[in-house]
Design a protein around this ligand. Structure first.
Ligand code: ATP
Length: 257
């Protein structure tokens, strides 16, 4: 099994003696798309901040692969509203060359906005700009905090699709937070349900049956996800991709209901 890009060992973060992230174990490898779901205040952003090194663990640790390059897409683009700033200038502030910035913007579908003001971009355009900035670093690990916020439903599906393509092109690992359970179930390889501690984790179709998932999100949510469940007549590799019967190393062979 390839080495992990990032590994959490019993990661715990406390604020005023209150554990907000409680003894979390997790590993992200190249090719993984791992989505963290959980109710408000569950500790998702705090966990991501610990991965980024901007939140110190109270105990446990975060191990990163040597010279790991992380591309981070924050929830929002927060900028001084009175400061004039074009998309081109914003991208160049990342320290990458003009050509690299333009290629990244092209890849996320917003190169035509090079000379637009960042203040006038739509919600979806801003998310694609933030993704381009992360991409320009050619990251080993993409970290996204609710990347689909402010994006309409069609745009969300396209954005998740793009994230999958980028994972393939860069052969990077992806860790993201999402609140949109339907899209998560449709677009993710592995889901971690966090409520301070890890309630349950696994393939999307499996975890929605997990009593811990139902307890966290309620029967209504679990039932509404039933549409994504299906009987499998195929096998998965460890990344959740379908494999043929001759290529079964590390595959699971199970039925989902
Ligand atoms: N720097 C801090 N000091 C004190 N408490 C904090 C700090 N940062 C976060 N918290 C608290 O930790 C808890 C978890 O916050 P966090 O932002 O990680 O949750 P979340 O799962 O990302 O929530 P949401 O889905 O609402 O964004 C919250 O109760 C929050 O108030």
């Amino acid at each position: 099994m390839p080495d992990a890009l990032v590994r959490l060992h019993q990661l715990t973060v406390q604020f005023d003696d209150r554990p907000v992230v409680d003894r979390v174990e997790m590993a992200v490898r190249r090719g993984d798309i791992i989505t963290i779901i959980g109710p408000n205040g569950a500790g998702k952003t705090t966990l991501i901040k610990a991965v980024l090194g901007i939140q110190k663990p109270s105990s446990g640790k975060v191990s990163l692969a040597n010279s790991l390059v992380i591309g981070y897409v924050p929830q929002h683009l927060s900028l001084e509203a009175t400061l004039p700033l074009s998309v081109r200038r914003f991208m160049l502030l990342s320290g990458r060359s003009g050509a690299e910035c333009e290629a990244a913007l092209e890849r996320t579908g917003v190169r035509h906005l090079l000379d637009a003001s960042v203040h006038h971009l739509s919600g979806g355009e801003k998310q694609r700009l933030l993704l381009a900035r992360a991409l320009a670093r050619r990251p080993d690990l993409l970290v996204l905090d609710e990347p689909a916020q402010g994006v309409d439903i069609n745009g969300q599906a396209a954005l998740y699709d793009l994230i999958r393509q980028l994972r393939d092109e860069l052969n990077c690992g992806v860790i993201m937070i999402s609140h949109d359970l339907h899209l998560v179930m449709a677009a993710t390889d592995k889901v971690i349900c966090l409520n301070q501690h890890v309630c349950c984790s696994g393939y999307p179709a499996d975890i929605s049956h997990d009593p811990a998932f139902i307890e966290t999100f309620g029967h209504q949510v679990a039932e509404s996800l039933a549409v994504y469940h299906h009987n499998h007549n195929h096998r998965h590799n460890l990344h959740g991709d379908i494999v043929t019967s001759t290529d079964v190393q590390g595959a699971c062979d199970h039925e989902h209901h």
